[in-house]
Design a protein around this ligand. Structure first.
Ligand code: TA6
Length: 300
């Protein structure tokens, strides 16, 4: 469906419009009494969520590529049906194919103070070549004073499959040196790909180097305290036992082509996930479904 047809079917004057976004990829612009947002149909990728009179809550890389088949750097990449590198085939795309494919808009609802947008991805020749399972993935964004994102995967095939997923949220921060993340004290984590389990002692996580922690068995909210922007962001989640916290730090940032050398200074990823064999892999029998959701809100 082109933007004209999408506008005719789902557009709402002053609230929802479909436009040609960066790289000519179709984008949805959302405007509510509390906030504005942009969601790309490419990857069902949230690019912006901006409460009025605030800096954007999500970060976008100045150097992000916007191209069919390529991943966008920033916002909320949807990682599915695997998180991180593929378990057995490193040639397969990191974080799965959901963020690389066009999604279909299914529903838009105007609830006065908030607007919800629902999009869907199902199996296709490219997905089946990478992952041989029929599925339906439905993502619902609720844009209002807070941001809600809900990813529901249904097994539409005839045999059980397993998958991992994440809502790989990049938060826009004033400076990585000055923020902290609360909510992970006593949680156990793997650092990068080191499989020695550690425990976080301090109540606050601070950043002065590359950080790639995969906290396992935590369902806690996290609070990002950003004194520079004078705000605290609460990140809640459901349907997830793993929280990933990532910032590449100075040296790794230089190796990431679609990020400026100093890009790492202004984001932190806090990612609700289901990940890791034996820890939090979702197994779905035919007809079953699972929902991973997150809610992002400013604490006043
Ligand atoms: O969630 C953290 C992580 O898995 C890191 O290991 C890092 O690679 C990051 O995601 C970004 O992945 P990407 O494929 O988008 O470059």
């Amino acid at each position: 469906m082109n933007n004209d047809s999408l506008n005719q079917r789902f557009g709402i004057a002053g609230k929802i419009s479909f436009v040609e976004g960066k790289g000519a990829l179709p984008s949805i612009l959302v405007n509510t009494p509390h906030s504005s947002a942009e969601i790309s149909l490419h990857g069902a990728h949230l690019l912006s969520f901006k409460p009025h009179d605030q800096q954007d809550l999500v970060w976008m890389s100045e150097r992000s590529v916007f191209e069919n088949g390529k991943a966008i750097r920033g916002g909320i990449p949807v990682c599915f049906p695997w998180f991180g590198p593929h378990a057995s085939d490193k040639e397969k795309p990191q974080h799965g194919f959901a963020r690389l494919q066009p999604w279909q808009v299914k529903k838009v609802e105007d609830e006065n103070d908030s607007i919800s947008v629902t999009m869907e991805l199902t199996e296709n020749s490219e997905s089946l070549a990478l992952w041989p399972h029929p599925f339906k993935a439905v993502i619902e964004f609720v844009i209002g004073s807070a941001l809600g994102v809900k990813l529901t995967v249904t097994n539409t095939g005839t045999s059980t499959f397993e998958y991992t997923d994440a809502l790989h949220t990049y938060f826009n921060i004033s400076s990585i040196d000055s923020i902290s993340v609360e909510g992970l004290q006593d949680a156990t984590f793997y650092e990068g790909f080191d499989m020695n389990l550690k425990t976080q002692q301090p109540p606050l996580l601070r950043f002065n180097t590359e950080t790639n922690r995969r906290y396992v068995n935590t369902t806690n909210d996290c609070i990002i305290d950003d004194p520079g922007y004078q705000r605290k962001i609460r990140v809640s989640k459901d349907g997830s036992k793993v929280t990933v916290v990532w910032n590449p730090g100075e040296d790794v940032a230089k190796t990431i082509g679609d990020m400026t050398d100093d890009g790492y200074q202004t984001f932190v990823c806090v990612e609700p996930a289901n990940a890791y064999q034996g820890i939090d892999v979702i197994s779905l029998a035919p007809g079953d479904q699972h929902t991973l959701s997150t809610s992002v809100a400013l604490i006043s």
